[in-house]
Ligand binder design. Structure first.
Ligand SMILES: NC(=O)c1ccc[n+]([C@@H]2O[C@H](COP(=O)([O-])OP(=O)(O)OC[C@H]3O[C@@H](n4cnc5c(N)ncnc54)[C@H](OP(=O)(O)O)[C@@H]3O)[C@@H](O)[C@H]2O)c1
Length: 324
C-alpha cells in the first residue's frame, strides 16, 4: 500500500511517499481502508521533533513508528478476532492518538475502541476533520464551561479547527460569538458566521472593556489573571492549548483566583472520542461543520503539513487518501 513515511525529524521534506506492507488487524483491531485524514498539532510536532519534550512520546532520535497521522475516516475492510461492533463495509471515523499513529496511509489497523460509526450525512472529508478539533471545542464548551443558550462567547485563535467547531456548537445554542485571530485570516473567516471579529495584532481582547460568559482559547499566550478582565461574574475561561509555562501557572493560581473573583479559569485535557456521538448528530443534521483547507492528495501530505506548520490554513487541513 501507499503511505507517507518519516525516517527522521526535520522539515516536512523528511516525509516521503513509499510502498509499505499492508497491515493486518490484530485481535481487537479493525482494518480500515482510509478515505481521508487531517493534519494536527501532533503531526507538526512529530515531523519537526519540537517541542523537544514530545520526543519522549514519539521517539528520542527519530519517530518510533514511521507513518504520521492520528485522525481518520474510512471504510472497514476487515475485523480482527473478537471485534463484534463493526463489520466490513461500515463507514467509520476516529481519533486514534490513544492507540497509535499511522493514518497517512491507504490502510490502517487500530483498536476498535478508537472508532465510531460515521453517519451517511457526513462526508469522509468532513469526518476526518472532526474527531480532534470538534471534541476540543465540544468538551471545552459543553463539559467544562457549560455554555448555555444565548450566552456571549469569545473564541481566541478562532481561525483553526477548534474555532470553527466552537462557533458551530455555539450557534446551535444561539450564542453571540466573537472570534479573534490574525488580521490575514479574518477575510476568510468572515463568511463563517461570527457576530464580530477582532485581529489580535490590533486589539487585546482582555483590554477592550467587554465581558463574556465564556472564553475558549486555542492559543493561550497571556498571564492567567489577564483573562479575568474579559469574563463576566460567574464566567469561565477554558484553554485547550498554548504556552506551556502560562498553562502551568494557570493550574497553580486557579484555586486562589477562583476564591477571589468567582470566575473560573480551566484547562481542557482532551478525552479522545468522548462525546463524538453528540457531535456527529449535530453534523449529520447539518448544524455543525468545519471549513476544509484542501483537500490535499496523499502525495502532497508534506505540503499540507508544511502549510500547518506555517499556520497558513483556516479551518482544518484535510488529506484525501483514496479517490471518492
Ligand atoms: N487540551 C488537549 O488535550 C489538547 C490536545 C491536543 C491539542 N491541543 C491544542 O489544541 C489547539 C488546537 O487548536 P486548532 O487545531 O484550532 O489550532 P490551529 O488550527 O493552529 O488554529 C489556531 C489559530 O490561532 C491563531 N493564533 C496564533 N497566535 C494567536 C494569538 N496570539 N492570538 C489569537 N490567535 C492566535 C493561529 O493563526 P496565526 O498563526 O496565523 O496567527 C490559528 O489560526 C492547539 O493549541 C493544540 O496544542 C490540546
Amino acid at each position: 500500500m501507499k503511505a507517507i513515511v518519516q525516517e527522521s525529524y526535520g522539515s516536512p521534506h523528511v516525509l516521503h511517499v513509499r510502498e509499505v506492507e499492508k497491515p493486518q488487524p490484530a485481535p481487537g483491531e479493525v482494518l480500515i481502508r482510509v478515505q481521508a485524514t487531517a493534519v494536527n498539532d501532533y503531526d507538526w510536532s512529530r515531523v519537526s521533533g519540537k517541542p523537544i519534550i514530545y520526543r519522549l512520546m514519539f521517539g528520542l532520535r527519530k519517530p518510533k513508528t514511521p507513518i504520521p497521522g492520528m485522525e481518520l475516516s474510512g471504510v472497514v475492510e476487515a475485523c480482527g478476532e473478537g471485534v463484534t461492533c463493526f463489520q466490513p463495509g461500515d463507514r467509520v471515523l476516529g481519533d486514534t492518538s490513544d492507540h497509535k499513529f499511522g493514518t497517512f496511509a491507504e490502510y490502517f489497523a487500530v483498536n476498535a475502541k478508537a472508532l465510531r460509526p460515521l453517519p451517511d450525512g457526513v462526508s469522509f472529508e468532513q469526518a476526518a476533520a472532526t474527531p480532534h478539533a470538534s471534541l476540543l471545542a465540544y468538551q471545552g464548551l459543553c463539559q467544562v464551561a457549560h455554555l448555555k443558550t444565548g450566552q456571549k462567547l469569545l473564541i481566541n485563535g478562532a481561525g483553526g479547527g477548534v474555532g470553527a467547531f466552537a462557533l458551530g456548537y455555539a450557534r446551535s445554542l444561539n450564542c453571540e460569538v466573537t472570534g479573534v485571530d490574525s488580521r490575514t485570516k479574518l477575510d476568510r473567516m468572515r463568511e463563517w458566521g461570527f457576530d464580530s471579529l477582532l485581529a489580535y495584532e490590533e486589539c487585546d481582547f482582555t483590554r477592550q472593556g467587554r465581558e463574556y460568559d465564556v472564553v475558549i482559547d486555542a492559543r493561550s499566550t497571556r498571564l492567567p489573571w489577564s483573562y479575568l478582565r474579559s469574563l463576566r461574574p460567574g464566567g469561565c475561561y477554558v484553554t485547550v492549548g498554548g504556552d506551556l509555562l502560562k498553562l502551568l501557572l494557570l493550574v497553580i493560581l486557579n484555586p486562589f483566583l477562583k476564591l477571589l473573583t468567582k470566575k473560573r479559569l480551566r484547562i481542557l485535557a482532551l478525552k479522545a472520542n468522548e462525546g463524538l456521538e453528540e457531535v456527529l448528530k449535530l453534523a449529520d443534521e447539518g448544524a455543525l461543520s468545519c471549513p476544509i483547507d484542501g483537500p490535499f492528495p496523499l502525495e502532497e501530505a508534506s505540503r499540507a503539513i508544511e502549510r500547518f506548520g506555517k499556520s497558513q490554513h483556516v479551518g482544518k487541513i484535510v488529506v484525501r487518501v483514496s479517490s471518492p
